[in-house]
Design a protein around this ligand. Structure first.
Ligand code: HEM
Length: 445
């Protein structure tokens, strides 16, 4: 079927592909909400692919609770070059479910008990250099916190030396795939190995793989005596008693690094921004944190209701991932449209999280809304949902709580950014445009 014939049977949407791509890349939040307002909350966009998109709760529910064989693999050679071809990003259906059973449980539940102290240490290491009177951009230390947390809690890099070796390798790896020449080649789907940007990236990836292989072997020796998530993944077994292959573990760990790093950076920036902009919320949070003190058990912090609401509201307002995409392996009936196999569909948190029936006064930072009612998975989507939902959701909420509590119980800050914060794209993510500027006023006794 031609694209024109295909589009004729799909929901209406904006006509100009290049303009859509440009607007989406510049600001997906207002672009997607604008389309929903103009075309209705089920519309078709043509960016890199043809995609039917919605933020309607009933349709979001349908998308995230579809049968296991509803979706296929969204194969793009560029991401495959970066993430590898042996991890969950290249699986769908039952094979995906089987693989995730060996990974996801270790990012939540009692595993987190042992990780709180590591997150507090990572936060202190990154922010300890600031003294009263110092001004700084939160994004810089937040990058260190987020990477350190993954290195310590996921990869088990338990010494400063191991973390530094990893940091060097991760920097070269990120530089390799952030290189404009690399991005252009992958966008053009150029799939030979000889161009220098590809070769440089391949060398950086091999270096990271070698370090991960060392970490896997260490985790194998330590067994479950080591607290890191990697130790648990290495020890896990499929139903037939076999373990995950080393190459699959490496690709999955690299995916974790990419998916879990920048997302956590942006969330910490927004959390500190909103709390310092909405003094009322900071005061309420301090009423909860102060009695426990700066050295509280991280699990006690994790149970605090207002802190939990603050984190949820932070992730609602500017969801780092604005829409989750799926490619249909089977046709799907969405409202009155029969969307054919091969088409992309997407559920958009950028639209859903501003639904006035769910979130009155949606543009305001009001953590109380999460104390007043519980939202279903189809009403609140910062981590996606269904078979592909973010495996790091519990870990990253936990991380954000510990990082905020660590910083706020030790020091008082003021926000230097004035007016309304705008967003800009950095790497693949939308971030607060200033990076959030704070001044450390005093250390708390
Ligand atoms: C605030 C921080 C984070 C946010 C907002 C976030 C959000 C998301 C979203 C929306 C997805 C797509 C889910 C879907 O398609 O339904 C995703 C995927 C993923 N996330 Fe996160 N994430 C965060 C942190 C983390 C962390 C800390 C890790 C691990 C350490 C992680 C690991 C992953 C992985 C591995 C995937 C890909 C799953 C797959 O396709 O198989 N994320 N994340």
């Amino acid at each position: 079927m031609t694209e024109t014939a295909l589009i004729a049977g799909l929901p209406p949407g904006p006509p100009l592909r290049l303009l859509q791509m440009f607007r989406y890349l510049r600001d997906p939040y207002t672009t997607l909400r604008g389309y929903a307002q103009h075309y209705g909350n089920l519309f078709t966009v043509r960016t890199a692919r043809l995609c039917v998109m919605t933020g309607r709760p009933d349709l979001v529910r349908q998308i995230i609770s579809a049968p296991v064989d509803q979706y296929g693999v969204n194969y793009e050679p560029g991401p495959a070059r970066v993430l590898g071809t042996n991890g969950t990003t290249r699986l769908a259906g039952r094979a995906l479910r089987r693989e995730r059973r060996l990974i996801v449980p270790h990012f939540q539940g009692e595993t987190l008990n042992a990780l709180g102290g590591m997150i507090r240490e990572a936060t202190l290491d990154a922010f300890d250099k600031f003294r009263p009177g110092d001004s700084f951009v939160v994004r810089d230390p937040a990058i260190d916190v987020a990477l350190d947390v993954i290195l310590r809690t996921v990869f088990g890099a338990d010494t400063a030396e191991r973390r530094e070796t990893f940091r060097v390798a991760v920097r070269a790896f990120s530089k390799g795939f952030g290189n404009p020449a690399f991005l252009i080649l992958t966008a053009l789907r150029f799939d030979k190995e000889w161009p220098p940007p590809y070769r440089r990236f391949a060398t950086a990836r091999q270096r990271l793989e070698a370090l991960l292989q060392d970490a896997i072997e260490r985790a194998r020796e330590e067994g479950l005596a080591g607290a890191a998530i990697l130790n648990r993944v290495v020890a896990a077994r499929y139903d037939d008693g076999t373990p995950m292959s080393d190459v699959a573990i490496r690709d999955n760990m690299i995916t974790t690094l990419i998916a879990g790093h920048e997302t956590s950076v942006v969330s910490l920036c927004w959390g500190l921004y909103w709390l310092h902009r909405e003094k009322r919320c900071l005061d309420l949070l301090m009423d909860e944190l102060t009695p426990l003190g700066p050295d509280a058990d991280p699990m006690a912090w994790a149970r605090l209701p207002y802190l939990d609401a603050v984190v949820k509201e932070t992730l609602r307002l500017w969801p780092v991932v604005t829409d989750i995409n799926r490619v249909l392996a089977q046709p799907m009936q969405l409202d009155r449209y029969e969307v054919p196999a091969g088409t992309n569909i997407a559920a958009s948190s950028a639209i859903l999280h501003y639904d006035p029936d769910l979130y009155p006064d949606a543009e305001a930072f009001r953590p109380e809304r999460f104390l007043d009612r519980r939202f279903g998975p189809h009403e609140y989507l910062p981590f996606g949902g269904g078979e592909r939902m973010c495996p790091g959701s519990h870990l990253s909420v936990f991380e954000l709580k510990i990082a905020l509590a660590t910083l706020l119980t030790r020091a008082r800050y003021t926000l230097l950014d004035e007016g309304t914060m705008t967003v800009k794209r950095m790497g693949g993510m939308m971030t607060p445009s200033s990076g959030v500027r704070l001044r450390l006023e005093e250390l708390r006794r």
